[in-house]
Design a protein around this ligand. Structure first.
Ligand SMILES: Cc1cc2nc3c(=O)[nH]c(=O)nc-3n(C[C@H](O)[C@H](O)[C@H](O)COP(=O)(O)OP(=O)(O)OC[C@H]3O[C@@H](n4cnc5c(N)ncnc54)[C@H](O)[C@@H]3O)c2cc1C
Length: 350
């Protein structure tokens, strides 16, 4: 009765269901948890997401306009951008906005294989199953999966609620983040390729202490594996994966919500027009090249085993980092920081 069965109710699955329904297909989405969007996540999205699957105002918890970068707790620089850099969103409220478009079932964990799915004891062939289950899909075939731990802490004093902070450490192939949700609530997390969850949590506790958030109340502790290995176009065959299931996460930043939605749009177009295949449309995505380049840089850092000290960063350098992270940096952006931050350029293109 359905044209497609979508398994997974994260940003990729919901976006895919939305786009396919708009294109006239009958789809049903299955989510193993009680609700959509519940997988642990920082919930930071750039405003460019509004051009794909718009975030309604009620799902925006906070607006970030400034970025601070530190290394071993030494401040390298701050960029007061004067513009929206990220929305901090409530993923569940965001994705629920689109549920009225199509049929779905929550609390339904679907058994999947490369041959398709089993739903209510019925075998569904791989040509009708669309995989949106995140990093768990083919997890053993992924070569750059990072661990993460994240706390939500309330009753703290946030110096600048519109500023997020990225904290780098020499021996962590990853970073810690501080995402303010309000003047009194922060999300503090850490992720890395070369540490286990216990080691990361020790580092996170140090971050919390150094930032003075120890006085607060931990209202949530979570974490999940995240695939930093980049887009896997070679996986674009039936059963088609979307989102993090096909590696749609920016390797240097771990930003995956917007890239996941981009892949959902590509798959929906491929299934609808029959003109271009999914793999071909993935290579046309604005994040495709950036994902490849970022993976190369991350591999290089991984090989060296430490994050190089970049020196002080001008606001233009942090702006470049922001754009580079999103996969939007142009040659003129690089030229604009010469000669103030040659070390930054060297770092990105070693
Ligand atoms: C700690 C952390 C912080 C992050 N912070 C950010 C951030 O700030 N910004 C950003 O853009 N990205 C961030 N990411 C990455 C982002 O969360 C993911 O890339 C994004 O959620 C991927 O979306 P998805 O829909 O592909 O998969 P997911 O969001 O993982 O959704 C997959 C869904 O499928 C369900 N599922 C799994 N297996 C089955 C099954 N067999 N049957 C039914 N349902 C199933 C899961 O319950 C889940 O809801 C973060 C990730 C982590 C771990």
């Amino acid at each position: 009765m359905y044209d497609y069965y979508i398994v997974g109710g994260g940003p990729a699955g919901v976006a895919l269901a939305h786009y396919l329904t708009k294109n006239g297909f009958r789809v049903k989405l299955f989510e193993g948890r009680k609700d959509v969007g519940e997988k642990p996540c920082g919930g930071g999205v750039p405003p460019q997401i509004q051009g794909y699957l718009p975030v309604p105002n009620k799902a925006i918890l906070n607006v970030i306009k400034s970025m601070k970068v530190t290394y071993e707790f030494n401040e390298l620089g701050v960029w007061e951008s004067g513009q929206t850099l990220f929305y901090m969103i409530d993923r569940r409220t965001y994705l629920r906005e689109y549920l009225s478009d199509f049929d779905y079932e929550m609390g339904k964990f679907v058994k999947l294989s490369k041959e398709g799915a089993i739903i209510d004891s019925k075998r569904i062939g791989k040509e009708k199953v669309l995989i949106a289950v995140g990093a768990l899909w083919r997890i053993n075939e992924r070569d750059m999966v990072a661990n993460t731990v994240q706390y939500v802490i309330s009753n703290v004093k946030v110096d600048d609620p519109q500023q997020l902070e990225f904290i780098f450490f020499k021996d962590l192939i990853g970073y810690a983040w501080i995402f303010p949700l309000s003047e009194k609530i922060v999300k503090v997390g850490i992720g890395g390729l070369n540490k286990n969850v216990d080691e990361l949590e020790e580092m996170l506790k140090l971050v919390i202490k150094r930032k003075g958030f120890g006085i607060g109340k931990i209202v949530k502790r979570d974490g999940a594996p995240i695939d930093m290995g980049g887009l896997k176009v070679e996986w674009a065959s039936e059963p088609y994966p979307v989102g993090e299931a096909i590696g749609a996460v920016m390797p240097l930043t771990g930003e995956g919500i917007r890239p996941s939605i981009m892949t959902a749009k590509a798959l929906s177009e491929a299934l609808s027009n029959g003109k271009y295949g999914y793999a071909e449309l993935l290579t046309k995505l604005p994040i495709y090249k950036a994902s490849k380049n970022q993976r190369k840089i991350l591999k290089e850092i991984q090989k060296k085993g430490e994050v190089p000290f970049p020196g002080k960063l001008s606001d233009k350098s942090i702006m470049l980092l922001y754009k580079f992270g999103l996969g939007e940096a142009k040659l003129r952006d690089f030229l604009s920081i010469i000669p103030s931050s040659l070390s930054m350029i060297k770092l990105l293109f070693k």
